[in-house]
Design a protein around this ligand. Structure first.
Ligand SMILES: Cc1cc2nc3c(=O)[nH]c(=O)nc-3n(C[C@H](O)[C@H](O)[C@H](O)COP(=O)(O)OP(=O)(O)OC[C@H]3O[C@@H](n4cnc5c(N)ncnc54)[C@H](O)[C@@H]3O)c2cc1C
Length: 352
């Protein structure tokens, strides 16, 4: 397919024309897509030689549906392109989820807008009350940001569980939240901390609580013409804050069967003055705000923690699938809730 109307020709996995915005590289290079989408030069003379399973025709080697491609240099430009192409377009950030989905043809965008060069989507601002993280900031950048770790430590703890160093090198914070895998760690951290999502389209900006954003597995409230611009995480100002993240997965780097996160603040007398708690398992991450609220004023002793964890196990409504039954997930939610609450309490207690 040759791009028409001035659009870049990104024919399957190969650009036909090269320019600054239309670089002649494969999608796997654009998105770090682990060779899932292979670039084949469609120019004259390509694919000479005997046919073998490794050397097939260009049509046979194509994995995704054909699509056109543009690189956006700002959020505004990305939104304008989304508005122009409506539901046919998709943003690509790290490509760690989108590229595999395209390779399997579970996603079939006709137009890709690459936001990796949008500098305004890649800023991190850490303040006294909140930390603003651009949607296209790499997960690895957040993992290594000492100022952010001091103000929003739960993020760093959650990120250790996200995939592998290689996927975190490319994957973005916003991409993970918009992809909305039911057991992804960053959406859970955003829900537990009651983060705010800054959404943008050609008409302007809107804010939405992370807790309202994910509607079902991989279904969110974002519209086809919206770009997630940034995520604002509240900074807890109390002196004695502790947090913990834990999960159970089949292998390191796999998505969690169940994950749990907690953050607590203790007063000088050791009583809990603020608490947040959540679990992630199919179908969506849940912030257990009511259960966390009951912890305020308590000493967070083991019995109180166990009661809260039992309540979590009753409150979750997990799905069962080939990895784990709903009952096992419910059991894990209780076990992990107890672990993260106790660990968060212990960390907070160790602070002067
Ligand atoms: C081997 C492997 C293991 C992994 N393990 C885990 C894991 O354990 N936990 C986990 O959470 N994740 C895991 N992931 C997924 C990884 O975290 C991805 O980085 C993340 O899900 C998507 O981020 P991305 O930047 O790559 O987004 P992309 O793949 O580029 O995009 C994903 C989706 O988000 C949309 N999108 C991206 N950015 C925006 C934006 N700013 N505004 C609007 N829409 C946007 C895209 O259109 C697309 O629909 C794994 C991935 C791999 C390959």
């Amino acid at each position: 397919m040759v791009g028409g109307g001035g659009k870049t020709a990104f024919s399957g996995f190969c650009f036909r024309r090269a320019s600054r915005d239309r670089t002649a590289i494969s999608l796997s290079a654009v998105a770090g897509g682990a060779n899932l989408l292979k670039c084949k030069d469609e120019g004259a003379g390509a694919f000479r030689g005997p046919r073998s399973p490794q050397r097939r025709t260009k049509r046979q080697t194509m994995k995704s549906v054909p699509f056109d491609f543009r690189r956006a240099h700002s959020a505004e430009e990305a939104c304008a392109l989304l508005a122009e192409h409506g539901g046919d377009a998709k943003l690509i950030a790290g490509g760690q989820s989108l590229v595999p989905m395209m390779a399997m043809r579970l996603a079939r965008p006709a137009f890709l807008v690459d936001i990796n060069d949008a500098a305004d989507l890649r800023q991190v601002e850490v303040g006294a009350d909140s930390a603003l993280i651009g949607a296209a900031v790499r997960q690895r950048t957040i993992e290594r940001d000492a100022a952010l770790a001091a103000q929003v430590p739960l993020l760093q703890k959650a990120l250790r569980w996200v995939g592998h160093a290689q996927t975190r090198n490319r994957g973005t914070v916003g991409g993970s939240i918009v992809h909305a895998d039911p057991s992804a760690e960053l959406p859970l951290a955003a829900c537990v901390l009651d983060a705010t999502l800054l959404l943008r389209d050609a008409a302007g900006e809107a804010e939405m609580p992370a807790r309202e954003f994910i509607l079902a597995p991989m279904v969110t409230a974002i519209s086809p013409e919206q770009c997630l611009a940034a995520i604002r995480f509240p900074v807890w100002g109390e002196a004695r804050v502790g947090c913990a993240f834990d999960e159970v997965s089949l292998r390191h780097g796999d998505f969690a069967i169940v994950a749990a996160a907690a953050q607590v603040a203790l007063g000088a007398d050791g009583r809990c003055v603020r608490a947040a708690l959540g679990t992630a398992s199919a179908p969506v991450p849940q912030a257990h705000a009511d259960i966390a609220a009951k912890l305020v004023g308590t000493l967070l002793d083991d019995a109180t923690v166990a009661d809260a964890a039992a309540e979590v196990a009753r409150a979750v409504e997990p799905d069962g699938d080939l990895h784990a039954s709903a009952d096992y997930r419910r059991h894990l939610a209780g076990v992990l809730a107890r672990r993260v609450l106790a660990a968060a309490r212990d960390e907070a207690s160790s602070r002067p």
